[in-house]
Design a protein around this ligand. Structure first.
Ligand code: F7E
Length: 334
């Protein structure tokens, strides 16, 4: 009999790559989505459109314990990947209460439902490099102290500790993946990488004239989401639960990302990028760089896609998307 997996946030970037990966491994894949996503799949389920006939979706909300409990009771998963969250750091400053409520309670609800109904189920928590925030050392590893700089980062620190506590107090096989920024052509448009690659493609095709951004000096450790979901699965296949940093070990500035993206389309970024103070954050995480040696030593994980490959992959996918859109419009006119 195939193993059952339950993924919260299956319709997000990571959920979509993880579902493909687990379907290929023969898992029966169940996912949690909001009711609104089922009502408007065109808008909300575009990342998993191609596998909708292979996965089973359940409507539930991170804000409702009974809704989560019911799905866990019904699916009885062998593995659970808790990816759903309000994950946009900027937005967490605009509405800190909803980010903190949803992210902390949501994690607590999933953990508690698992403990009550399927205590043998292995649990993965999507922890984040944002927990390191104003990091005390570089590169950051599993022992680096946390200093979150946003309500989002604070909510992830709490989720991390909840996960650890369920492991220690109730013996759950619960792991946290401290994932550094991970991107792809499926990244949401509000995140800086996708905002840049999408704009570079639009400007190249004459669809847009400028790109407004905030802090160009911030530095991040950017990897490819497709590589990172494999690490999530590997963590749950170990003999004992533990926490792991997943990163590339390289750091690049937003400016470097822009330069490479605009180079890919043959344009000089300085002619199009405008720095807008409104897009600065009240408290910034200036630089992050991860040390993934524990994951490499324990289960042989290493990133496969490098920075340049990631940027060109994303720019080319956006160019292709706009070209196909244009073609669709022309075909419709014919
Ligand atoms: O910002 C700067 C911004 O929003 C990256 C999430 O997945 O990774 C992500 O969090 C940097 C920041 O990602 C704009 O100030 C400049 O320094 O792409 P981002 P993030 O905040 O690092 C972690 C690991 C997560 O867990 C999160 O869920 O880019 N930046 N100008 C800008 N950022 C945005 N979004 N938009 C700008 O216009």
């Amino acid at each position: 009999m195939s193993k059952k997996v339950f993924i919260t946030g299956i319709d997000g970037q990571d959920g979509s790559y993880l579902s493909e990966f687990l379907l290929n491994k023969g898992y029966e894949v169940h996912g949690m989505v909001r009711r609104v996503s089922l009502e408007d799949p065109e808008h909300h389920l575009w990342r998993i459109k191609h596998i909708l006939d292979k996965v089973k979706l359940h409507a539930a909300s991170l804000e409702s314990y009974p809704s989560i409990f019911k799905v866990v009771e019904q699916v009885k998963p062998d593995e659970c990947y808790h990816l759903a969250a309000q994950s946009f750091v900027s937005y967490s400053f605009e509405d800190e209460f909803s980010t903190i409520n949803t992210n902390i309670n949501g994690t607590h609800f999933v953990l508690s439902a698992i403990k009550e109904k399927v205590p043998k189920c292995k649990f993965y928590f999507a922890a984040s490099s944002e927990q390191f925030g104003m990091a005390k050392e570089s590169p950051q590893n599993e022992n680096t102290p946390f200093h979150p700089r946003s309500p989002y980062g604070i909510s992830k620190v709490a989720g991390f500790h909840l996960t650890q506590n369920y492991r220690e107090a109730y013996g759950l096989f619960a792991c946290s993946g401290l994932l550094f920024n991970h991107e792809s052509p499926r990244r949401g448009f509000e995140f800086v990488t996708r905002k840049i690659t999408n704009a570079a493609a639009e400007i190249k095709l004459g669809l847009k004239a400028e790109l407004r951004l905030g802090n160009l000096d911030a530095k991040r450790d950017w990897g490819f989401a497709g590589d990172y979901v494999e690490a999530m699965w590997m963590m749950l296949q170990q003999d004992a639960p533990d926490d792991y940093v997943i990163a590339t070990g390289e750091t690049h500035s937003v400016k470097e990302f822009i330069e490479l993206a605009f180079d890919t389309v043959g344009l000089d970024w300085k002619k199009y990028v405008i720095v807008d103070d409104v897009l600065y954050r009240p408290a910034e995480v200036f630089i992050l760089k991860g040390d993934y040696s524990k994951a490499e030593k324990k289960f042989g994980w290493k990133p496969k896609v490098n920075f340049k490959e990631l940027v060109t992959m994303m720019v080319n996918a956006d160019l292709e998307r706009f070209k196909n859109m244009k073609k669709d419009i022309c075909d419709a006119k014919d």
